[in-house]
Design a protein around this ligand. Structure first.
Ligand code: ADP
Ligand code: MG
Length: 394
């Protein structure tokens, strides 16, 4: 089956029509969700009755809420003998944190359901203590740390009812993570619901998804239709040495709420951030070279709008949801077209307007830009010298 990827369909089904629990509807209302997006309309009715799901839908269209709502709707927490009912695996620690928050937000009126989060880079003993003292029904985590706790028997997965893989293609294609996920998978009962989602699920990822699910309801959209309509995509050709000057000009000239600037290495992230701060831009950086506490602190700072420019490696290139980002700049073009799609999807979340500008320097970049345009059938045009703020700012 395939569906278009618009954010709110016409002739729509409402959240109420889905016959969700009253407590969930209340939380959805408070979150400000008025209508379900198209993927939510198409996926929730299947997911909430326990069907396996493979969901590909555009960036920023609310895939998280699909598995969060489907889980909260079905869960029947054992309050006497709590054990993990639902395990959600995420590809980065920041994503685990973010997804956990979404469970808390949409589950706030179901107080019996406890959710927890674990990820690497922070103290194991503290997390272990928290888990032992207060075993969650829903556990969100990164594969490495989850596996660690499962092997150590801190958590038991033998009563698991649901397994979710967010950004599934990334996790299943990153070798180390794939192996960890396979190990985790082996500890879970055969009978369970498996839900997987991403904006990009290519043929090989799709076949792995099929192997680990049964009779999944598959929602796919053509790669050619993944383009976000509210997002303008441009490029600027220049020499490597002109990049900083150009970035400076863009940040001066463009009307941004928040900007994400992507670079290819952690060294470059730190260095560019420093340059921007010296030029008095409200900038921070995030990359894997930082201590985990610091990483999350910076993620939070940007999310809370305390900083308006985030220089990042691919670490925040997919999944992260920063509502106010209206501009994405590829200071370095990503290697893979999929990475491009995810990065630019950080702007224009949930059908809002946005602008993506990619720096193209040298022949290799030109090839990359061509590959991106072919793959997603998107026209990335030269950045016009005069671009109206109303075209990329809501
Ligand atoms: P995806 O995983 O598909 O990229 P997210 O789940 O991160 O997208 O959701 C993107 C943003 O849209 C989030 O800020 C989320 O709160 C918001 N959102 C999700 N569903 C709705 C809805 N039905 N109405 C309004 N906003 C929504
Ligand atoms: Mg997502």
């Amino acid at each position: 089956m395939s569906f278009k990827g618009s954010y709110a369909g016409v002739g729509t089904v409402s959240f109420r029509d889905m016959l969700l629990k009253e407590q969930i509807l209340r939380a959805i209302g408070e979150a400000g969700f008025e209508h379900p997006s198209e993927v939510q309309q198409n996926a929730i009715p299947f997911a909430m009755v326990g069907q396996d799901m493979i969901i590909q839908a555009k960036s920023g269209m609310g895939k998280t809420a699909v598995f969060v709502i489907a889980t909260l709707q079905q869960i029947e927490p054992d309050t006497d003998d709590p054990s993990i009912d639902t395990l959600v695996l995420c590809h980065t620690r920041e994503m685990a944190y973010q997804v956990h928050r979404e469970f808390e937000r949409l589950g706030k009126y179901i107080p019996d359901v406890k959710t927890g989060v674990v990820y690497g880079g922070v103290n194991v003993a503290e997390q272990k203590k928290a888990l032992t003292e207060n075993m969650p029904h829903i556990l969100v985590g990164t594969p490495g740390r989850v596996l660690h706790f499962a092997k150590d028997r801190v958590i038991k997965l033998n009563r698991l009812k649901r397994l979710v893989l967010d950004e599934c293609d990334d996790m299943l294609q990153t070798r180390g993570m794939r192996i960890q996920i396979q190990e985790i998978f082996k500890m879970t009962p055969t009978e369970k619901q498996v839900m997987m989602c991403s904006a990009t699920i290519g043929d090989s990822a799709r076949s792995v998804c099929r192997q680990i699910s049964r009779n999944a309801e598959e929602i796919f959209i053509d790669d050619k239709k993944l383009t976000l309509h509210g997002l303008q995509q441009h490029y600027v050709e220049m020499d490597e040495k002109e990049k900083i000057k150009k970035l400076n000009d863009l940040l001066d000239g463009l009307d941004f709420n928040q900007v994400m600037v992507f670079v290819k290495s952690k060294e470059r992230a730190a260095a560019l951030d420093k340059v921007l701060q010296q030029a008095f831009f409200p900038s921070i950086s995030i990359h894997s070279g930082l201590k985990q506490e610091e990483r999350l602190e910076r993620y939070r700072k940007f999310k809370e709008y305390e900083s308006r420019v985030l220089v990042s490696t691919n670490l925040c290139g997919r999944g992260v949801d920063m509502e106010r980002v209206n501009i994405v700049i590829n200071f370095d073009l990503p290697k893979h077209p999929d990475q491009y799609l995810h990065r630019v999807g950080r702007a224009g979340r949930f059908g809002t307007k946005g602008l993506a500008v990619s720096f193209v320097s040298g022949d290799e970049d030109k090839e990359r830009l061509k590959a991106i345009q072919d793959r997603f059938e998107v026209k990335v045009t030269p950045l016009p010298s005069n671009i109206k703020a109303s075209s990329y700012k809501n």
